[in-house]
Design a protein around this ligand. Sequence first.
Ligand code: 5GP
Ligand code: ZN
Length: 115
Amino acid sequence: MSDCLFCKIVAGEVPATVVHETDHTLAFRDIAPKAPVHVLVIPREHHPDLAALAAADPGLGGQVLAAVAAVAEAEGLAADGYRTMFNTGRNAGQEVFHVHAHLLGGAPLGPMLAI
Ligand code: 5GP
Ligand code: ZN
């Protein structure tokens, strides 16, 4: 997708601080971190959201989850724990329509939701 921000990060056209990569996934630091560690984990291939990824290629979804766990381990989050979120659609406030897992940690994260 030529107009997709995260496809541009995959292509190296937009800079990002990459912390982990595999043949099929990429993980980079969120530009506006909401926790001491805030990493976005994406499939390299464009899928707009979790539902589209799950429908098209659930195995790739599993690779994204495996990458989340690998980054959590590498960032030192595994012992104390961390939170993983996929925002999907308007009510979740999804802003970038290339599916991504938010990996948040490095401090107690408070209640799950603030509504
Ligand atoms: P969403 O709201 O779609 O779940 O999350 C999108 C995330 O992408 C936000 O947390 C936002 O800070 C992050 N983001 C937006 N633009 C950029 C960018 O250019 N680079 C990086 N690294 N993160 C971005
Ligand atoms: Zn994309």
